[in-house]
Design a protein around this ligand. Structure first.
Ligand code: SAH
Ligand code: SF4
Length: 353
């Protein structure tokens, strides 16, 4: 263990927690706002440069506290798409990945909420690597602050919780990270530019709806049929699609947003005529749009069983499928694969140990 490990971690604390912290160490509460501003708005990790704090306090903080939860190990650039994959290491030497995806008028950061994932969706590399632990609030938000620092402060316009892990299984830390991003940060990324993606944990979807946090929600749908969904997403056995749809109706009503259904196209599994019909029927029930995702290869994980048999739907078939959905008045986007040359596309994130 390094000395750094023993230091009190301040990254990840909200304004009110920082105010409380300063009070407990006998300082004025308003130092909480000042520190918040330094670490989250100025992206500072160095107490000694915080000129508006008294010198003695700066030194005391420097001695006993830390503002750094992650080390940046490597940045991989995709020559094809401009996508960048960041490999970070936590203090206990776990590796996590985040991805920055530049597009015409925006740049999206895809962040992780867990080291690995406890759910074993058959099409996902993260699921195949297994689960190590939840990320702390500091580690979740630091992916943004470190990528923002590396890319240029205003470079990131959107955040999607679509990296490694299931955000709603790390609910409290995910919620607090959203609070920091959406309600407390001066230069906040606007809340309609943050999306949380879930494989579907109904009680937590409702809890998120009941919180004061307002973000966009995406459900990884992948099939409208319970038996097929269970085959590719075993979590569906515990939390059925029917329960998830009920929770999502609640979310949509409470937050006055529309839901995004993510739909990874798997040959012969969810790209059939009856899938179009079932999607059309589902989308009539609630305000929704569909993000169609071409299946990204997970061959780098050398999977066996059903994972090894999955194949992508062909390009032409995807276009045909999408056209049929649009003919049913459904809003459909095709999420073009970006970064698969650096294993940084959806579902490809996995770190070998
Ligand atoms: N655990 C959350 C968020 C991370 S996964 C969730 O499952 O929603 C982000 C998205 O990538 C999900 O929609 C997931 O289903 C999709 N995905 C996973 N593996 C994929 C792959 N190999 N190809 C394309 N999309 C994939
Ligand atoms: Fe976990 Fe999401 Fe991958 Fe499923 S798709 S294994 S929930 S990260």
């Amino acid at each position: 263990m390094t000395t750094e490990n023993k230091k009190y971690q301040l990254k990840g604390l909200t304004v009110s927690e920082l105010r409380e912290y300063f009070e407990t160490i006998g300082e004025s509460k308003f130092r909480g706002e000042q520190l918040f501003n330094w670490m989250y708005n100025h992206l500072s990790t160095d107490f000694l440069e915080m000129q508006n704090l008294p010198k003695a306090l700066r030194e005391k903080l420097n001695e006993g506290c830390s503002l750094k939860t992650l080390d940046l190990i490597t940045v991989q650039d995709s020559v094809l798409s401009g996508t960048k994959k960041y490999l970070f290491r936590t203090e206990d030497e776990k590796n996590i990945e985040s991805v920055v995806i530049p597009e015409k008028d925006r740049s999206t950061l895809c962040i992780s909420t867990q080291v690995g994932c406890p759910l074993d969706c058959k099409f996902c590399a993260t699921g195949l690597m297994g689960y190590k632990r939840n990320l702390t609030v500091g580690e979740i938000v630091d992916q943004y602050f470190m990528a923002a620092k590396e890319n240029g402060k205003k470079s990131i316009t959107n955040i999607v919780y679509m990296g490694m892990g299931e955000p709603l299984l790390n609910f409290n830390n995910t919620l607090k990270s959203l609070q920091i991003f959406t309600t407390e940060l001066n230069t906040a990324i606007s809340r309609n530019r943050i999306t949380v993606s879930t494989s579907g944990i109904p009680n937590k979807i409702k809890e998120l709806a009941d919180s004061e946090i307002r973000v966009k929600l995406a459900l990884s749908l992948h099939s409208c049929f319970e038996n097929i969904r269970t085959l590719i997403m075993p979590i569906n056995k515990k939390y059925s699609l029917a329960e998830n749809i009920e929770a999502i109706k609640y979310y949509v009503k409470k937050t006055k947003t529309r839901i995004t259904f993510e739909y990874t196209m798997l040959q012969g599994i969810n790209d059939r005529e009856e899938d179009v019909k079932a999607l059309a029927k589902l989308c009539k029930q609630l305000p929704a749009k569909i993000n169609v995702i071409p299946f990204n290869s997970i061959a780098h994980m050398a999977p066996d069983g059903i994972s090894g048999e999955l194949a992508p739907t062909s390009r032409n078939k995807i276009y045909d499928f999408v056209e049929k959905l649009r003919n049913n008045n459904i809003t459909v986007m095709i999420r073009e694969t970006q970064g698969d040359d650096i294993a940084g596309a959806c579902g490809q994130l996995a770190v070998k140990y």
